[in-house]
Design a protein around this ligand. Structure first.
Ligand code: NAP
Ligand code: MG
Length: 489
């Protein structure tokens, strides 16, 4: 007997058709605010399904390239308009699927629209440069050309923005795509793909296959017809993806974890710093790759900063992100919830003192969700696990530094280097910070989390490898350069 699924099952999208996977298995998407609610199902696809998707993308790549950049841009403008029309529904789905509050989900979806328009406009921008040849009778120029079939593997924490900031440049520069979304954000991703589908992309240009990372993600990377892979997710998986891509000799781009520091110097505007740490540390329940997780405070202002921070943290309202007045939603899934709880215990065992929060929240509507109160740890030393490992939850580690020099040393004392922020009014400090900090995103008197779509995005050390994402930088990854030399005959 076949199982009947009450909620909708989102299918794969291959060759412009929504198709059943070759397996009957379905994966439920659970609402972390109420684990009894199933948001929808996605299919647990097989390697055969993935193979069809990559072949479709491969067959479509020549015609898509030949369509031209301007025409491709026009299709992205259409997709942007359709996404905008569906903004409320997609944002609500995101909140139900992974828990971030509705205003955050709406903001992210609106950003998706803006990213699409930015890259749609690339359709009308230059594809190369003219370079003087040493032969006066020759014309020499560069022409950007697409890579071919690009595999896109995305995480669940920005289920709209990240797939779009990879797919939009990939498409406008002429590549075809196979998207394997994070399973925890796959229903939201399916709704984004629906917008592209309605925009009328030619067959095979954008393909979407759901299923587990270890099966579908791995099969995508291993597929012989794949020409490049762009990945955002954990360091562990990312490094394996990079290794496989290196062995195959295909281009890769990896955006991975972070353990982002905020330095609060003794001359900082403390109220501003507190506000930024609260937002950077606890928005999206700390599940941003750029979230503030280590706050390194100069001794002279440590006590004052700490008191203000705890006072403000206590005001945070935690609950279902669909409700008005809720500032922070649940952890995105049971496994995130368990990871956060594990690190709270670990912090205590290592001798840090839990000043506030870190409690599982219970009672009435909270019982069925993965709720944890925002946590602030005091007396954290730089070598502790909570100061070294990415928690990806609402946990802030306060670290005391004797002076500014020590604060920089502590800030750099991690394998990650995504984002870093400083609060100071001292120009010498901030110039030194810009120079010495090991991070791809350097933020002065601003929270560590904050991304502008028109600027390059990425990190140093174990946070990123390959070309930067977003802004003009995306072109470096999604195209190859042909250097053309022409002479009359
Ligand atoms: P993840 O577990 O690494 O998953 C990321 C993606 O990889 C998912 O689509 C996942 O599929 C897939 N995957 C899992 N195992 C795979 C394998 N063996 N081969 C190929 N693909 C595989 O990360 P996550 O938990 O979704 O996301 C959180 C992480 O992302 C954090 O570390 C965070 O810092 C990072 N992140 C980084 C950035 C950045 O730009 N630097 C931005 C956002 C998030 P399944 O979902 O099916 O497992
Ligand atoms: Mg979920």
């Amino acid at each position: 007997m076949q199982t009947v699924f009450k909620e909708k099952t989102y299918k794969n999208f291959i060759n412009n058709e929504w198709v059943e996977a070759s397996s009957q298995e379905r994966i439920p998407s659970i609402n972390p605010a109420n684990k009894e609610e199933i948001v929808g199902y996605v299919q647990s696809s097989t390697k055969e399904d993935l193979d069809k998707a990559v072949k479709a993308a491969d067959e479509a790549k020549k015609a898509w390239r030949k369509l031209g950049q301007a025409a491709r841009g026009q299709l992205l403008f259409k997709a942007a308009n359709i996404l905008e029309e569906n903004l409320d529904d997609i944002a609500e789905t995101m909140t139900r699927e992974m828990g971030k509050t509705l205003p955050e989900a709406k903001g992210e979806t609106a950003r998706g629209v803006a990213i699409l328009r930015y890259y749609a406009s690339e359709g009308m921008r230059k594809e190369g440069d003219v370079i003087p040849s040493s032969d006066k009778d020759a014309l020499m120029f560069t022409k950007r050309t697409p890579l071919g079939v690009v595999g896109v593997i995305t995480p669940w924490n920005f289920p709209v923005a990240i797939p779009i900031w990879k797919m939009a440049p990939a498409l406008v520069y002429g590549n075809t795509i196979v998207l394997k979304p994070a399973t925890e954000g796959a229903v939201t991703a399916a709704k984004v793909v629906e917008c592209f589908a309605k925009a009328g992309l030619p067959e095979g240009v954008l393909n979407f296959v759901t299923g587990s990372g270890s099966v579908i993600g791995q099969a995508l990377i291993d597929h012989p017809l794949l020409n490049a892979i762009t990945f955002t997710g954990s360091e562990q998986v990312g490094k394996n993806v990079a290794k496989a891509a290196t062995e195959r000799g295909i281009k890769f781009q990896m955006e991975m974890g972070g353990k982002n520091p905020v330095i609060v110097a003794k001359d900082a505007n403390l109220d501003l710093a507190v506000e930024a740490v609260i937002s950077g540390g606890f928005r999206s329940s700390g599940q941003k790759c750029t979230a503030s997780s280590r706050v390194i405070v100069e001794e002279a202002v440590y006590e004052e900063f700490k008191e203000k921070l705890v006072q403000e943290t206590k005001k945070i309202t935690v609950g279902n992100g669909l409700q008005d007045g809720i500032w922070m939603g649940p952890c995105a899934s049971e496994s995130q919830f368990n990871t956060v709880k594990k690190y709270i215990e670990k912090g205590k065992e290592e001798g840090a003192s839990l000043l506030f929060g870190g409690q599982e929240l219970k009672g009435e509507e909270l019982d069925n969700g993965f709720y944890i109160s925002p946590a602030v740890f005091d007396e954290v030393t730089p070598d502790m696990a909570i100061a070294q490992e990415e928690i990806f939850g609402p946990v802030i580690a306060l670290i005391k530094a004797a002076d500014f020099e020590e604060a920089i040393t502590v800030a750099n004392n991690t394998k990650y280097g995504l984002s870093a922020s400083i609060f100071t009014t001292n120009i010498n400090n901030l110039l030194e910070f810009i120079d010495d900090i090991e991070a791809g995103l350097v933020r002065i008197n601003a929270e560590s989390a904050g991304v502008e779509l028109q600027a390059p995005f990425g990190g140093m050390k174990s946070s990123s490898t390959g070309a930067r994402e977003q802004g003009e930088a995306a072109k470096e990854f999604f195209t190859a350069i042909k250097t053309v030399f022409i002479k009359g005959s």
